[in-house]
Design a protein around this ligand. Structure first.
Ligand SMILES: Cc1cc2nc3c(=O)[nH]c(=O)nc-3n(C[C@H](O)[C@H](O)[C@H](O)COP(=O)(O)OP(=O)(O)OC[C@H]3O[C@@H](n4cnc5c(N)ncnc54)[C@H](O)[C@@H]3O)c2cc1C
Length: 394
């Protein structure tokens, strides 16, 4: 078995693990990444067809670690967001005039990962080991030892970035709260007849939200992505429909806003669940991104919150580095937990309650929602607070 030393070991080289590696490498730490996939695929055949809505706050951090310049080439700005309750006239409109910036950016997950890996492959301080599953984790002499079938990595700090079904969480027996929504989101990428004008829409239907996200045009075609949540049976049947029939159903929802569906490029189903680890550290290991928390995608904030975890970690490491203290001790891990847990707890509650609120169909709640939406639409103070939250500014 090959033995290696790194300042930081990261388990999981997905959207969060890869960004964590880049940010900590900027501070001069040596990094190892253990990833279970055999390889990362560049080109057209990456499996995840989703897009991510990058908030303005995340963009600022990506700029700080010199990633945004390259990423921005693939990101379509969002200038307006329209939130619509059912098909009614209850509408909330957000624009970007107040802060004189965009509200966010839509980018394909595949492009995001390609950009991160192009940077990683150029960094001498980052070593990636693919096709690795963890066999054992042990704390020894103030170091953490991580064993796979082929390697033993000895580090000051271990970072779990291995997604919502984290193997590290199981090995370390870190407890969690979990909720299964018994719903699936279908993600459909397609071209359409009318320009999206950089507007994102979110419709709140009884069975779940439907978001239309403006994407970069491809071959001069208008392209968008739909994320539509429904009960399992309905989502499964949508997924099985031939494109001709799916287009008719989608047209009913989107025609008024971005015209007709011309071509469906991809469709994919995602079962929805949410979880929150009871703590974000254990045994010289900290949890970042979906290994720590996952949410209903109603607010499109899961990856953005993972990026906030990374930003917090970056700031703590910078502080420790300036003081000349080794990272990964108990105080370090607790500080990371204190800086990240409560934000995740709030988002867990907000996304869960929001989903619940918009599902209700009693006359009283429908009326209350409609009054609430009208009050928010007319009240700039509340509207600004909501848009600041969505943009990652508070
Ligand atoms: C339908 C949908 C739409 C979404 N839209 C948005 C959005 O618009 N904006 C937003 O901010 N968020 C969004 N999210 C959330 C976002 O996709 C996730 O938060 C993000 O992908 C999490 O990234 P991650 O790297 O933490 O986890 P993952 O993407 O799950 O990556 C985990 C990585 O770890 C590897 N791994 C797993 N186990 C092991 C192991 N034992 N050993 C080694 N490696 C391992 C995996 O192969 C993978 O590479 C959405 C989610 C869904 C379901």
């Amino acid at each position: 078995m090959k033995e290696l030393y790194s300042n930081v070991n990261i388990v999981g080289g997905g959207l969060i693990g890869a960004a964590t590696a880049i940010s900590l490498c900027k501070l001069g730490y040596s990094i190892t990444i253990l990833e279970k996939n055999p390889t990362y695929k560049f080109g057209n055949n990456h499996l995840d067809k989703r897009t991510v809505a990058i908030s303005e706050g995340t963009k600022l951090f990506l700029s700080k670690i010199n990633v945004w310049g390259e990423m921005s080439k693939y990101a379509e700005p969002i200038n307006r967001i329209k939130i619509i309750d059912r098909e009614s006239t209850n509408t909330l409109n957000f624009d970007n005039e107040r802060r004189n910036s965009n509200l966010g950016y839509i980018i394909k997950n595949k492009k995001l990962l390609d950009v991160l890996y192009r940077i990683i492959l150029d960094e001498k301080k980052i070593k990636i080991f693919n096709n690795n599953l963890i066999n054992r984790i042990q704390k020894n002499d103030q170091k953490i030892h991580i064993e796979t079938q082929r390697h033993k990595i000895i580090s000051d700090l271990n970072i779990a970035a291995d997604g919502k079904n984290s193997q590290i969480r199981e090995i370390l027996k870190t407890n969690l709260y979990k909720k299964n929504y018994n719903k699936k989101a279908i993600v459909i990428n397609f071209s359409h007849s009318i320009n999206h004008e950089n507007t994102a829409y979110e419709f709140f239907y009884k069975d779940g939200p439907l978001a239309i996200l403006p994407m970069k045009s491809e071959n001069n075609k208008n392209v968008s992505s739909i994320v539509w949540t429904n009960n399992n049976d309905y989502s499964n049947s949508l997924n099985k429909l031939p494109d001709e029939r799916l287009r008719i159903i989608l047209n009913e929802k989107i025609e008024k806003y971005i015209g007709n569906v011309l071509k469906i490029y991809s469709k994919q189903l995602f079962p929805l669940s949410a979880h929150l680890n009871v703590k974000f550290y254990d045994n010289k290991t900290i949890y970042v991104g979906d290994s720590a928390h996952s949410f209903h995608p109603i607010a499109g904030q899961g990856w953005n919150l993972g990026m906030k975890d990374i930003e917090n970690l970056y700031e703590i490491c910078l502080h420790y580095k300036r003081l000349g203290i080794e990272i990964g001790n108990d105080n370090f891990c607790k500080k990371y937990h204190n800086n990240t847990f409560y934000r995740a707890y709030s988002l867990y509650q907000v996304t869960d309650k929001l989903d619940n609120l918009f599902q209700q169909n009693s006359h009283i709640l429908n009326f209350a929602r409609s009054v609430g939406i009208n009050i928010i639409q007319k009240n700039n103070y509340i509207k600004n607070a909501i848009s600041d939250f969505a943009m990652g500014f508070n």
